[in-house]
Write a protein that binds this ligand. Structure first.
Ligand SMILES: Cc1cc2nc3c(=O)[nH]c(=O)nc-3n(C[C@H](O)[C@H](O)[C@H](O)COP(=O)(O)O)c2cc1C
Length: 141
């Protein structure tokens, strides 16, 4: 996995020292919380996480809380790449653990179209404009 995180962000201070980080697939149901978290910096509001309204839950086999309202969560072990991090703000890592909501993922397959709308994945464009994942398309050769 790779992520690009700007050097001015509070998250970046954490990431620079982190051995692991979490990536999630946020769902339509937490669109407001997501936009808040992506618009307000913890540099300016130390209470950002609480103020966002995002809730967390614990599951067996994971020793930290996961954010609610996501279709999937992946724990990433950072592979330090000093040159890329410093010059391109890019962090890479490998997935060491992953979980998915069984309403939208089972038997190694996504079926987002069969689950509740709140778990439809969101795809960000800019300025509060998102796309929610749409219909399923089967292609055969
Ligand atoms: C949906 C969404 C996705 C975003 N993705 C990224 C990203 O991939 N990299 C990045 O540097 N900033 C991204 N941003 C912007 C940061 O999340 C935003 O600047 C935030 O305030 C940084 O918070 P922090 O300073 O508390 O870390 C995104 C914002 C939104 C709303």
């Amino acid at each position: 996995m790779s992520v690009v995180v700007d050097s001015t962000h509070y998250s970046r201070k954490i990431l620079d020292k982190a051995e692991y980080f979490l990536l999630t697939v946020p769902g339509y149901g937490i669109r407001k919380e997501l936009l808040y978290l992506g618009s307000v910096s913890k540099n300016g509001n130390p209470n950002k996480i609480q103020d966002s309204g995002l809730k967390f839950f614990n599951i067996e086999g994971c020793d930290f809380p996961l954010p609610e309202g996501c279709a999937a969560w992946a724990l990433i072990k950072r592979i330090p790449e000093a040159h890329m991090e410093k010059n391109y703000d890019m962090f890479v890592g490998e997935i060491v653990k992953a979980w998915a909501d069984s309403r939208v993922f089972s038997d190694n397959h996504w079926h987002l179209e069969k689950g509740p709308e709140e778990l439809r994945s969101l795809h960000y464009v800019a300025g509060g404009h998102f796309y929610e994942i749409g219909k399923s398309v089967e292609v055969t050769l």
